[in-house]
Design a protein around this ligand. Structure first.
Ligand SMILES: [Zn+2]
Length: 154
């Protein structure tokens, strides 16, 4: 269930049965000559929507830009300063907390993001079943950035 497709009365009703929300967070950065610049935001968003659908948990709008200063040499990459990302995450969490959300699960798509709040974070590429599939399909061709698995996922 995507927050962006809800009305406020629907969110109010949701808060009667759950106070958890999934927050996808990613990056806008180059992924080599064939990977989408949105890879690090698209992957966690799709995974969050799948998890949210299966568990009936609300999914917040994706934070599409993260800390990617090391990619700014490539056209199309964008980056937030660490202080800006901290402020963005803090403001979003405080906004949702004001209405009763008290459990935040961040699905992160970018290794450069270091969430500045005490939240549960899972990198989608470190999920055991994802590693098993990547090992089986890509073997030693899998890497650290612009990997075959994330490019294939997008
Ligand atoms: Zn990536």
């Amino acid at each position: 269930m995507r927050l962006q497709l809800c009305t406020w009365p629907e969110v109010e009703a949701y808060l009667e049965r759950s106070t958890g929300i999934i927050q996808p967070i990613g990056s806008t950065e180059q992924h080599g000559p064939t990977g989408f610049i949105g890879t690090d935001a698209i992957c966690p968003e799709l995974i969050a929507e799948r998890i949210g659908g299966e568990l009936d948990v609300l999914v917040a709008p994706t934070i599409n830009v993260g800390m990617a200063q090391h990619h700014l040499g490539f056209p199309g990459s964008a980056s937030l300063r660490p202080s800006t990302l901290i402020a963005v995450v803090g403001d979003i969490v405080k906004s949702f907390a004001r209405h009763g959300f008290d459990r935040f699960f961040f699905v992160n798509g970018h290794g450069g993001n270091r969430p500045p709040v005490r939240c549960e974070v899972r990198n989608w590429w470190q999920i055991k079943s994802v590693i098993a599939i990547a090992d089986e399909v890509f073997g030693d061709a899998e890497g650290f950035h612009a990997t075959p698995s994330e490019v294939a996922l997008t």
